[in-house]
Design a protein around this ligand. Structure first.
Ligand code: UD1
Ligand code: CA
Length: 445
């Protein structure tokens, strides 16, 4: 059998009032990435490559946030917010192209997995005309309740329209559902707004379908996966669920997180097995850590590649373009930016290394600073292999320091140093015997 064709419809026209934000809520990040992009990834994992995005505002910004996923999107504007069925019909032109399946998702439910969406598609393949993703709510207040009898979904009752008895039901509607493409328009156009909120409820299609002899079903999923974001508190809860899920995956894949609840990951963080991450580490975007590396406590990394067996921190900051070669070490209170730290090279204490290339087996003394910025431009510092940079050196870029060089502690180096040279760039020390005592006497007099 050929693969059924499927169009995802993402509802994102809500006015985000409770977020109290200038931006649509679907642009707010979870794990460093707009919510809408998470939803598109799940859609893609469910084998769907086309999506209609129903938005009320910020159409361009939402469209931009949605690029860079594997899903081709088309944006539809719902200018009046008349309910979820009305929102789906904003994408009517796309539905009318004819798909075997329509998958309705929400832009503000970002943790939905591809597996759950696929389960809803499978329910259609197994004969349902409408397959609703449901969950057992710890607190069902505000959700539509699933009226299920003998395993069959009879109806979805919105809270405001429910009887006291129906409100006791804890099995709730996530809002996400798969609809047979053959029936979608016919069912949704039958929905009226004759209810407590005066809205066109998409949920009404369950009863409409059953009245026509079309089968309906529930696909159960985990409540946390279906968490929505209405305000900043919800956003923080969703972030927490995402972090918990990712930490668990990493640990099961062989990464040691000593205090997992204190490690913050980004959507694209890659950590190989046998890496140890100590407590209180933050990963920003674009980090890759190879096997055997240790990320010490209180380190902050972004845009960094940490090679095998390298050691970072505690208290290190790796910024964009940091590349640490195998077995290198960046210690406490060091900042690295756009710099290559060669194999086995050590930058152990209190240094700033920016816009630099350092060879292998070099030692960068405590407090070394690459002076990379002249107030207008950034300049490069290159340091060879097996060099020794004494403590508190200022390396004024552009600068080339060769292999095997020794730079004396406290030097300000402004000119290139050829390989194997010893460079001093500091005032010669003067020592006056007994002058300390003379000075003290003068002061006291
Ligand atoms: C909806 C469901 C409810 C379910 C709950 C899960 C209906 C009638 N009710 O209720 O059964 O338990 O979600 O959270 O469907 N939207 C639009 N345009 C509109 C209306 C809504 O784009 O005109 C979007 C919103 O941005 C949101 C989603 O649809 O992403 C759900 O809308 P919302 O108003 O939050 O629905 P609920 O009343 O919470
Ligand atoms: Ca809602």
């Amino acid at each position: 059998m050929r693969n059924p064709s499927c169009l995802a419809i993402i509802l994102a026209a809500g006015d985000s009032t409770r977020m109290k934000s200038r931006r649509s809520k679907v642009l707010h990040p979870v794990a460093g990435r707009p919510m809408i992009a998470h939803v598109l990834d799940a859609i893609s994992e469910a084998g769907v490559s086309e999506a209609a995005l129903v938005v009320g505002r910020d159409a361009d910004a939402i469209g931009t946030a949605a690029t860079g996923t594997n899903v081709q999107i088309e944006t539809f504007l719902q200018s009046e917010r008349l309910g979820t069925a009305h929102a789906v019909l904003a994408a009517r032109a796309a539905i009318a192209r004819g798909y075997d399946e329509i998958l309705v998702t929400y832009g503000d439910v970002p943790l939905i997995t591809g597996a759950t969406l696929r389960a809803a598609r499978t329910a259609l393949a197994d004969g349902s005309g409408v397959a609703v993703i449901g969950f057992e709510a710890a607190n069902p207040t505000g959700y539509g309740r699933l009226l299920v009898k003998d395993g069959e979904l009879l109806a979805i009752r919105e809270e405001k329209d429910a009887t006291d008895e129906e409100r006791l039901i804890r099995r709730c509607n996530s809002g996400i559902m798969a609809i047979s493409g053959r029936h979608a328009i016919e069912l949704i156009t039958q929905v009226s707004n004759d209810n407590a909120k005066g809205e066109y409820y998409l949920t009404d299609i369950v009863e409409i379908a059953r009245a026509r002899g079309i089968a309906t079903s529930v696909v159960d999923a985990d409540e946390n996966e279906l968490a929505g974001c209405n305000n900043r508190q919800d956003l923080a809860a969703v972030e927490r669920f995402w972090q918990e899920r990712r930490r668990r995956e990493l640990m099961l894949s062989g990464v040691s997180l000593i205090a997992p609840e204190t490690v913050f990951l980004c959507h694209d963080t890659v950590i190989e097995p046998d890496v140890t991450v100590e407590p209180n580490v933050v990963f920003g975007p674009g980090v890759r850590v190879e096997t055997g590396a240790v990320i010490g406590a209180f380190s902050h990394l972004e845009g960094a590649h940490v090679s095998a067996d390298a050691h970072v921190g505690p208290y290190a900051r790796l910024r964009a373009g940091s590349r640490l070669a195998r077995g290198s070490k960046v210690g406490n209170f060091c900042e690295i930016k756009n710099a290559m730290i060669g194999e086995g090279t050590k930058v152990n204490h209190l240094s700033y290394i920016g816009d630099a290339q350092i060879g292998s087996g070099t030692n960068i003394g405590a407090g070394t600073i690459t002076c990379n910025y002249d107030g207008v431009n950034k300049h490069l510092t290159t340091i060879g292999s097996r060099a020794f940079i004494g403590s508190n050196a200022s390396l004024v870029a552009p600068l080339n320091i060769g292999d095997g060089v020794i730079v004396a502690a406290g030097s300000t180096i402004t000119a290139d140093v050829p390989s194997n040279a010893l460079a001093f760039g500091r005032a010669r020390q003067e020592t006056k015997p007994e002058r300390a005592n003379t000075a003290r006497k003068t002061s006291r007099a």
